[in-house]
Design a protein around this ligand. Sequence first.
Ligand code: PHE
Length: 340
Amino acid sequence: MKESIQALRQEIEAATLTDLASVEQFRLSYVAKQGKVNALFADFKQVPAEDRKAIGALLNELKDLATDRWKVAQTALEDQLPAGDVPQDLSLPDIIGRVGSQHPLTIVRQEIIRIFSNIGFNLSEGPEIEDDWHNFGALNFPDNHPAREMQDTFFVARNPDMLLRTHTSSVQARVMQNQKPPIRTLSPGRVYRNEAISARAHCLFHQVEGLYINEGVSFADLKDTLYYFVRELFTPETKIRFRPSFFPFTEPSAEIDISCQICHGEGCNICKHTGWVEIGGSGMVDPNVLSSVGIDPEVYTGYAFGMGIERMAMLKYGVRDLRLFTENDTRFLRQFAALG
Ligand code: PHE
């Protein structure tokens, strides 16, 4: 039985369907009630009980293949016919059928943009293929910084170095270069890092970075803004914690943690039983960065933050594997249809 299914499959795949006659012949041979596929279904009765599941699945696949090929060929033929000749059967089922919906990352990104635009942030964008200066140099990375190594960063060209941006801080470098303070901007976008793909890491992901530069901006403003943000995006009960850290472009720097949205601080696998989950980095823009983009650090101060959109979507919706966001499995994506 398996062999006959396989043989028929090859026949169906090989058939050339170019004109009315060949399409009709195909229909009679494989799609019609008296066709060869249905004949196999008749033999199904003789299949031993233990093989039925597997053989049944193969048979159904074969039937779908034949029907799909026929429908596609039929539609192609109709498209070529002058309008008047198209058979008008309005009761025919719709072949396209499904309507798409917004990707969960799009939903979360839009929500983040809404929250920050309510407090005066505008949007900025920049190239994904970036030069070394905007991604590293302007941001106070020393020449021999490990992030500049090939094992961390995807280089597109060397001398002069061009790379796939590793963060959207590169967009902030561009904005600071081209605009005068006050600057209050949000830069969402795709970023790349040379990492092995797993449930928790991917070579591409999305970030949203924020920057506020003005006279008299302090760390208290940063804390207040992010506190407002996490309560809006998650729940009003969400707590926030700043952990001292280091970034070349901010001083002082802090990691941003929020109370775990899955266990609400009780301790679970996602928060590694600490009750806290990191969502990004932040800090006061280093005076060296301001100088390198032509802003006087004696007059202006600013804060910056950067957060992973995947990480926030995972916490918000309880998604446990990062790979789901790029696999495009409609069984996953469909679950967000009502939200977007
Ligand atoms: N650019 C940092 C990163 O990608 C995040 C960050 C942005 C940290 C702004 C501090 C300030 O890891």
